[in-house]
Design a protein around this ligand. Structure first.
Ligand SMILES: Cc1ncc(COP(=O)(O)O)c(C=O)c1O
Length: 389
């Protein structure tokens, strides 16, 4: 049984490591633990890592690192973490996740520094959001220590596969799903937690985004699960994404569920725009995912002297602002997107609103600053970029 403030790690059933959780010293001790684990991994995992070949063009989220980490929740307690070679898992067809979508996930990145170190960006924020999502979806929380140890271990095991080009990274995917094999509609009593990693290039191809204005479907409604990172929100966005693609767009811009007026966010990233040199972003509500990149961009922009305003932005204000030239930039921000400028917004009837092409856009300055911190070229606020070496 794992008390909330400690975790054990099993190395393919071979050795255990137990650690007490203390906030201040957790990073270096976690790194030591990860290093110890690295020296004692099973030969199956070792072989999988040694034989793994990284192609030149890795894409995003398609190439999967040859290792995975898992733990199981049963009888009200988490098992120890296990490192396994990446492969299929066996789950009964009655597992509740297949029927009632009790599932949550996270996405974070490890970057390669100029010195060849692996750098994680604010991983404890993902651990916190994972537990927030777990609570909302009636799932057990994972001790922060367990979540972070799993992310750091997979980072170390996959370090050789982290692409070096700026904007590339190891995309890390922790997730948890209901495994109880019964069909009754009630919270599962059993869950599986897993972490995968994917050596990845840029999420978007070079150039600005085309964004589809979704005026009929909605992503999230008040009192719903829009603030949780749960698969159903993404399933709900897929039909609109096919409409977006038909209109030459890469993302959907979601409006509020009640009046279809207030801008909320995009399907996998938050929204910001620049009006009269001020950065404006929708204030967080119970229908918007609280992005770690969003929070980081707000903090960085303020330190760079920009005024940042979190408030309601209606779609009419956006369109009028783009037409009048008051809104000079708009951009997506998220772990996958980093900061990606928007080129134009497109309506279902084909009408589009194009942003001007600027010589020195603020969004790209912010992107460089953020990436410099994430990729270890510049020092950021304490604890943002964490070496896993
Ligand atoms: C719906 C949604 N909004 C916003 C974000 C941006 O969040 P973050 O910056 O933490 O990646 C994401 C990505 O996780 C997302 O899926």
């Amino acid at each position: 049984m794992l008390p909330n403030n400690s975790c054990k790690v099993y190395l393919s059933g071979a050795m255990q490591l137990t650690c007490a959780y203390q906030v201040k010293s957790v990073i270096s001790r976690q790194n030591k633990r990860v290093l110890k684990m690295m020296s004692e991994i099973s030969s199956a995992v070792k072989n999988a890592i040694e034989n793994f070949i990284v192609p030149k063009d890795v894409g995003f989220g398609t190439l999967i690192s040859p290792v995975m980490i898992e733990a199981n929740f049963k009888d009200n307690q988490w098992s120890d973490l296990q490192i396994l070679p990446y492969g299929d898992i066996t789950i009964p067809p009655t597992a509740k996740v297949f029927h009632y979508a009790q599932e949550i996930f996270e996405g974070l990145k490890a970057y390669k520094s100029p010195n060849g170190e692996a750098l994680l960006f604010r991983p404890e924020q993902n651990a916190k959001r994972f537990n927030y999502s777990a609570k909302r979806m009636a799932m057990p929380e994972t001790p922060e220590e367990m979540f972070l140890t799993a992310c750091k271990t997979i980072t170390m095991l996959s370090k050789r596969f982290i692409p070096e080009a700026s904007g590339s990274s190891l995309y890390i995917r922790p997730f948890m799903f209901a495994t109880e094999a019964t069909l009754g509609i009630k919270p599962s009593s059993e869950f599986k937690f897993m972490v995968l990693a994917s050596p990845s290039g840029s999420y978007f191809k070079a150039g600005g985004l085309n964004v589809f204005i979704e005026r009929s479907a909605i992503r999230a409604c008040p009192g719903g699960v829009g603030t949780a990172k749960t698969g159903g929100n993404y399933a709900a966005s897929l039909l609109s994404s096919t409409k977006a693609i038909d209109h030459g767009c890469q993302q959907t811009l979601w409006l509020d569920a009640i009046n279809h007026q207030k801008i909320e966010e995009m399907s996998g990233m938050n929204f910001m725009c620049i009006k009269n040199n001020k950065i404006i972003t929708p204030e967080l509500t119970d229908t918007i995912l609280s992005g770690i990149t969003r929070a980081s961009v707000i903090e960085l922009a303020k330190t760079e002297g920009y005024e940042v305003i979190e408030r309601t932005i209606e779609i009419d204000e956006l369109i009028d602002g783009v037409k009048s030239g008051e809104i000079t930039e708009a951009f997506a921000c998220g772990t996958a997107a980093i900061i990606t400028p928007i080129e134009k917004f497109i309506e279902e009837n084909g009408i589009s609103y194009e942003l001007p092409k600027l010589d020195t856009p603020i969004s790209l300055k912010l992107r460089s600053h953020l990436l410099d911190i994430q990729e270890g070229r510049k020092e950021g606020p304490a604890g943002w970029s964490q070496i896993v070496d």
